[in-house]
Design a protein. Sequence first.
Length: 245
Amino acid sequence: MTHIRVILPGYNTKVLNKEMLKPFESPGLELSVDYADIAVDAVRHEFDIALMAPYLIKKVIKAEQEKVHAIVIDMMADVAMRALREAVTIPVVSLAETATHVAAMMGNNFAIINTTDELTPIQESLVRSYGLYDRLACIQGIQLDPHDDYRSEKIIHGLVEQCADAVIKKRADTLIFGSGRLIGYREVIQKGLEEKGLQITIIEPLPTGIYFAKFLVDSKISQSKYVYRSPNASTLKTYSKILGN
């Protein structure tokens, strides 16, 4: 049995909970959820990302101690990803990194459809760092509040329109949902696009990240410790107050 833990940067059970992950479980795959110990509704700025790092480092260390086989960080941006991979020996998967590379394999030009303009420059910078900027058709979407009802007809319509615009005007051939809140939205968005005569590949980051993490575990692959060098006991002791050890 492969045990993968999904960690949300923040604490919001409406964004992520165990019930949401049940469709992705199988007889050979167990999923668990954990949250950063801070009441953040949404991470939308570099400021948030920087301050969130110690909370996530603490959580990935805890996951490895609990014999979890791999970790997925539920966010379409990277929070201290290199540090997280240094902190543990088990695979730590980035949704943004995984989804964009899958999109680049499945098509020529991808678009990221997000739910907040604040993430656009952050995601652009990440795509550059992944070496995929020449494959990026656009990053666009609609501006939503973390407390909005993302299932409302108005919001679904807005997302469909943004997806259609990315395909028709920006020449995207593959779409990536740019928010962890859009879990389980692919069918309804695809239906809306099909009504416009558009058949397009849509990548949902969280299930893609989960199944990639399982692939890494099954293949016995993890981050190279020649690159992601683990901190020694002295370093961990130095930061013990921050990490809560």
